[in-house]
Write a protein that binds this ligand. Sequence first.
Ligand SMILES: *Cc1c(COP(=O)(O)O)cnc(C)c1O
Length: 357
Amino acid sequence: MTAQIRPDLESIPAYTPGRSNPGAVKLASNETTVGPLPAAAKAIAEAAELANRYPDNQVTELRTALAEFLGVGYENVAVGCGSVALCQELVQITCSSPSDEVLFAWRSFEAYPIVTKVGNATAVQVPLTPGQVHDLDALAAAVTERTKLVFVCNPNNPTGTAVGKAELVRFLDAVPSHVLVVLDEAYYEYVRLADHPDGVEIGRTRPNVVVLRTFSKAYGLAGLRVGYAVGAPAVITALLKVHIPFSVNRLAQAAAIASLESRHELLDRTDLLVTERERVRDALVAMGYPVPPSEANFVWLPLGARSAEFGEASAAAGVLVRPYGTDGVRVTIGDPHENDLFLSFAGEPEVLARFLA
Ligand SMILES: *Cc1c(COP(=O)(O)O)cnc(C)c1O
């Protein structure tokens, strides 16, 4: 007989990673196409020589570097095994029973419903607006006395849409200060919005706000798993309590420090990506796809019930993209030749006829 497993785990949707397929162009996981900088590769190689030793569980050096970079205190920074781990840890520090609610927009990051369930809490989802943007008024109205945590993914994964500073601040004013609001800024470095909210700045005067950022996207270290949280010391201290010991490994810490030091080179690359993002979106819109403006490193095709079929057809054409149920398809911005391959598929007359009819 197999051991008894928590029955409520049955309802957890399994995390579906982006597909990969040898030889195919992979535009399914919001990864950076360029490998680590030489300085980061060197730091990784040096750290590997000490692989017999446990890493620094307090992540002291990286937290110190991040605090300095962000202009906050050391006690305001926690590091996690990817910011996905921090999402789960934030549920763990706020929720303790199924009557506790975690609120977020939908569709949004697919990890939110999973970490909520794993944390034995209840997810409450608020639909995006018809324009695929966070409906912050509806989100604020959905806060109840049971709400413990609100995730605001800005820009939103998978739709790419972002909310501006004024509307975000108005939302934060409407949320009671005992509710923790998590501003998930995984794509912060790609935002070019004029009225651009910086969660770290906003959080300085709001102890119920915590910001998540990651080394996985613009910093190109998705394979090493490092993300960080910036917030009030009480939140950070609680996060350290639930942190899985040593889960941010030595290679990850070393690579993140080196990448942070060389950030100008990495951040310069986001300009090229943004140029490609605008080119790809403009081309898709010209073809007739109703692609909302994106502030991230991907674009969203709201294809409804045809999403899975579109994903299959694109894979057959050699480009792996990411369909999401019956909502739409997310396409990561890659190198220009990869984007061209996708655009030539999306623009084929048969494809247009089949998916835009
Ligand atoms: C990619 C992503 C993350 C973080 O990923 P990690 O690799 O775990 O740091 C967090 N939130 C959103 C919305 C993302 O898209």
